[in-house]
Design a protein around this ligand. Structure first.
Ligand SMILES: [Zn+2]
Length: 262
């Protein structure tokens, strides 16, 4: 009985780590073998092995699979470094180039690109949950731009994860969220559980800053689609055909922008 429970426990950890980090599950299994032979603490072995792989080995192997880490610069940073530690920061070279070009065009402004979930390092069609479509190196989520009450742009978000704090429709704006929820798409609202804690309550959504960022992305022909909630598309007066609605089967996009290559 104890053995069965142990197998179920290890299977659960394997699945969880695979869903969260892609490589974590396999590293966990290897750690179990190593621990048996060396008789040392399992989690010390796992974390040591995991960090060495994530920081030094995976970035070298990922290009064989057509992926690379999002390149950081003065203008390009992760919203939360957990994205990097969990290997959720891989894109194909073309998307890196698009980010890089857009970042350079923001020179002279106070706007920075703060990215959220991108893709895992390996295997097309391996989804990066909860984003079903982030499975080919061509997609990445980008944080909104926020400002102070005085209108000064601050490159910080309103939640620790970067997801789940919504810029909701105003009373006079079209409410697509209620529309989806009424139709029974209960998952539409789920990012509210993914904040990992709300921060910077004083910050306001920067309509101007976010619009500048979106317009910079839209200039590039490599950009295929950009998803944002309809009320924000209207509020920012965006008419480009690449600005689309993701549909009720996805989750609401009034906490971040999703961009993808053609
Ligand atoms: Zn996305």
């Amino acid at each position: 009985m104890k053995t069965i429970l142990n197998i179920i426990y290890n299977l659960f950890i394997f699945i969880f780590l695979t869903i969260i980090t892609q490589i974590g599950g396999i590293i966990y299994l290897i750690s179990l073998v190593v621990v048996k032979k060396l008789k040392c603490k399992k989690w010390i072995v796992f974390f040591s092995f995991y960090f060495v792989c994530s920081l030094f080995i995976i970035p070298l192997i990922a290009p064989i699979f057509g992926r690379e880490k999002v390149m950081h610069s003065d203008k390009i940073k992760p919203t939360n470094y957990l994205t990097v530690l969990l290997n959720r920061n891989y894109v194909n070279p073309q998307l890196n180039e698009l980010l890089n070009k857009t970042g350079k065009e923001l020179t002279g402004t106070s706007i920075e690109i703060h990215y959220l979930d991108a893709n895992f390092p390996f295997i097309n069609k391996f989804p990066l949950l909860p984003h079903l479509s982030h499975n080919d190196g061509k997609k990445i989520d980008i944080s909104f731009i926020y400002e102070t009450k005085q209108g000064i742009i601050i490159n910080q978000g309103k939640s620790i994860s970067g997801y789940g704090v919504f810029e909701k429709p105003k009373a006079n704006e079209y409410n697509q969220i209620n529309n989806c929820l009424k139709k029974g798409y209960f998952q539409y609202d789920y990012p509210k559980y993914l904040t990992l804690g709300k921060i910077h309550h004083e910050l306001l959504f920067s309509q101007k800053g976010t619009k500048i960022l979106i317009k910079k992305f839209l200039k590039h022909k490599e950009l295929g689609k950009l998803f944002i909630e309809p009320h924000l598309k209207t509020r920012m007066n965006l008419h480009n055909k690449k600005v689309r609605y993701q549909g009720c089967r996805a989750v609401r996009h009034d906490d971040h922008i999703h961009i993808q290559l053609r």
